[in-house]
Write a protein that binds this ligand. Structure first.
Ligand code: AKG
Ligand code: FE2
Length: 234
């Protein structure tokens, strides 16, 4: 089983495993997330819209606050076994980030979590879904299979449909593995807020700040300095 998953991940640059986590685990995390953000769809104004942002997500780093249930998930045996099978031994965790999208927000534009300049220098993104992504509400994850081997995401519009994309609607308890060079985005979100939680990791020897620069279709953006480090034009 794990062997097939690894082959599929290596080939496709992503792997969606349904019902990977137990309901009890994800319910607890979802509850903590709701408490943190005040998860009330009416709480936020729909017309609050950032016109220039390629991506509209509010982050939370619960492990930095010692929130134990998020840490407990890092001890999940199958998750760790699978991570080691993909990354090799002595892989390192980059912690965890909850990403909250308000109602009527733009999702996340096409991006690569880290620059694809060197094939071996990448992160593994392990995404945990604590509620169903309902396609009627948007927030689906769109990926281009095999794009982790296709180099830099082409310049263009952040939410344009690409010919060979596939659209995923992960459900509560699902695990989505994404290679950091895989082209992916999150479609705009309608009336209900959306959350996902990432646990990123890197193989031994890859710098722990590998995801500090994210590649969008219009720019390379550095989070630590909040700066566009490269404008991309066709
Ligand atoms: O929220 C998602 O489903 C995808 C998040 C994502 O692109 C990321 O964590 O880098
Ligand atoms: Fe991403």
């Amino acid at each position: 089983m794990i062997g097939e998953w690894v082959l599929q991940f290596r080939d496709q640059g992503y792997l969606l495993l349904e019902d990977f986590f137990e309901g009890e685990t994800t319910d607890l995390l979802q509850d903590l997330i709701q408490r943190h953000f005040g998860f009330d769809p009416n709480h936020y104004h729909n017309d609050e819209f950032l016109s220039k942002a390629a991506t509209e997500v509010i982050p939370w780093f619960p492990m930095q606050e010692g929130c134990a249930p998020f840490k407990d998930l890092t001890e999940h045996p199958t998750l760790n076994f699978l991570t080691q099978a993909i990354l090799g031994s002595a892989w390192q965790s980059l912690g965890c980030m909850v990403m909250f999208s308000k109602a009527q927000s733009r999702g996340q534009a096409w991006h690569q979590d880290c620059p694809p300049d060197v094939a071996e220098v990448f992160n593994l993104n392990r995404l945990v879904y604590t509620h169903d992504v309902d396609p009627r509400n948007g927030g689906q994850v769109v990926v281009v299979p095999g794009s982790h081997r296709r180099g830099v995401l082409p310049v263009g519009d952040g939410h344009e449909d690409l010919a060979d994309q596939i659209v995923l609607a992960p459900r509560k308890g699902d695990l989505l593995l994404l290679h950091g060079h895989t082209w992916h985005r999150v479609t705009p979100v309608a009336d209900q807020p959306r959350v996902s939680t990432n646990y990123r990791a890197v193989p031994r020897g890859v710098p722990l700040d590998v995801t500090d620069i994210c590649v969008y279709r219009t720019m390379r953006y550095q989070f630590s300095t909040n700066q566009v480090v490269q404008e991309r034009v066709s």
